[in-house]
Every structure is written in C-alpha cells, then in structure tokens.
Design a protein around this ligand. Structure first.
Ligand code: FES
Length: 106
C-alpha cells in the first residue's frame, strides 16, 4: 500500500471540494473519484465497473451511494458493492486523516 497526500489539511480539502461535490484525481495513473460526502472524504475508482463511465459525473443519493450517470447502477461507498449485484464491486480507496492531513491509500 502506498500513501499519498491529498490535502495538507481538512480545511483546505473542504474548501477545494465542498460537501456533496466530487472531483477526479489521478494518482500513479489511477483515475479516482474523490467525494465529499457530508464533509467526510471518500474515494472510489472513477471508472464504473459496468461499462466504464466516469463516476465523477454521477450523483450521490440519499443512501450515500454513488449513482452512475449511464445506466444508474448504484454503488455503496463503503464496500463498493452494486445495490443489485449487477456487476463486480467498485474499487474503494481508504482515506486517512492523520495530524490534520488527508491521505489516500492505494
Ligand atoms: S456504465 Fe455505469 S451503470 Fe453502466
């Protein structure tokens, strides 16, 4: 596992990615969808496991799932599991906050 700094502080992160927003970041060639879900950062692969649509263009629903914009498959942001098991799980990345700094583990 490699740890990469995402934001130097949570405050910087919250102002760069306000609550409910998503951004695409690329680390070590991996395209990642970084999400601010109620001021908690979560990260998943940006590529939908169904047919590869970019999940940064998706939406967050009231269940805290990310909904793919193409065929509306819904993925749990904790487990990566699709709500009806219609495709393989979405890769979920671990976000770590340590001494105020936000990191992602790949
Ligand atoms: S490409 Fe995401 S649901 Fe089909």
């Amino acid at each position: 596992m490699n740890r990469h700094q995402v934001f130097e502080s949570k405050e910087v992160g919250l102002s760069a990615v306000p609550t409910g927003r998503k951004v695409k970041i690329v680390i070590d060639g991996e395209s990642i969808c970084l999400i601010n879900n109620n001021d908690t950062f979560q990260a998943v692969s940006n590529s939908c496991p169904h047919l590869g649509e970019s999940l940064v263009k998706g939406t967050l629903n009231y269940l805290g799932e990310i909904v793919c914009p193409w065929h509306s498959y819904r993925f749990n942001l904790q487990t990566g599991e699709e709500s009806s098991r219609r495709c393989r799980d979405l890769r979920v990345y671990k976000i770590i906050e340590e001494e105020g700094t936000i990191y992602i583990e790949l």
